[in-house]
Design a protein around this ligand. Structure first.
Ligand SMILES: [Zn+2]
Ligand SMILES: [Zn+2]
Length: 256
């Protein structure tokens, strides 16, 4: 059995096709998917998708790429996270690729999310792009290790992975690991301790080979597991077992 630790099933292109996606998950033995929040206006819709479906779980938070959007306080995030289907805070983090300075608002938002995760005693889902140094520094400054969490869709170097592991974080690999030119990610996939590894689709984006360029969905996470198994020289069953075990340990509100 497999789990998808990060997807955006509430995005319209996937939500419109939900019954078929759930059927494909069943066919591929993908038993659970974490539907990750990107902003507050879309959060009620995300929750109404997740609430009736035992295989789907949710996070609450605001993605760093959304500039002009309501910014919840740590107290508000904690309050919303008390819902039984909400198992993590995020996605949050820093993204210096899509936006440019001044980004103080983005760093302040990240700090508020780290505080919320510590207060709620829930894991943090961290997005980092072209900002690894600041991301790791802020995780340290705000004592994110007390909450722990995951560096999602990891594309940084092994040195950054080690710094995140030191802060009590897991490393989640997406379909990027199946791309031929992703040598840095291949190295991380081979080296990350098996008890800190998660797998994800980040769907609807980043469909793994052999679906590259097409619409992605949680059923395709099996191809991420297959490539990691290949890179580590272990069986896909072993990658599936470890990443599933880690998922339930980290997101410990999720019922199997
Ligand atoms: Zn992200
Ligand atoms: Zn995401």
């Amino acid at each position: 059995m497999y789990v998808d630790s990060h997807c955006h099933l509430n995005f319209p292109e996937l939500a419109a096709d939900l019954p078929a996606i759930l059927d494909r998950m069943t066919a591929n033995q993908v038993t659970h998917a974490l539907v990750v929040s990107v902003n507050m206006p879309e959060w009620p819709g995300l929750m109404s998708l997740v609430e009736p479906e035992a295989r789907l779980w949710a996070s609450v938070g605001v993605h760093p790429d959304y500039e002009d959007t309501p910014d919840p306080s740590p107290e508000e995030l904690v309050r919303l996270s008390e819902h039984p289907k909400v198992v993590a805070i995020g996605e949050t983090g820093l993204d210096y690729y899509r936006l440019s300075e001044p980004l103080d608002w983005q760093r302040e938002r990240f700090r508020r999310h780290i505080r919320a995760a510590r207060d709620a005693r829930l894991p943090l889902i961290v997005h980092t792009r072209s900002s690894a140094e600041d991301t790791v520094r802020m995780l340290r400054e705000e004592k994110a290790s007390e909450a722990g969490g995951v560096m999602h869709c990891f594309t940084e170097t092994w040195e950054v992975a080690q710094a995140a592991l030191d802060q009590n974080f897991h490393i989640s690999l997406s379909g990027i690991v199946t791309f031929k030119n992703a040598q840095i990610v291949h190295e991380v996939a081979a080296k990350v301790p098996l008890d800190r590894l998660l797998i994800e689709t980040d769907s609807p984006y980043l469909a793994p080979v052999p679906y590259r360029g097409k619409l992605n969905d949680p059923s395709k996470v099996i191809h991420v597991a297959e490539k990691i198994a290949d890179l580590r020289g272990i069986s896909v069953a072993e990658v599936a077992r470890a990443s599933t075990e880690n998922f339930f340990k980290l997101f410990n509100k999720i019922k199997r």
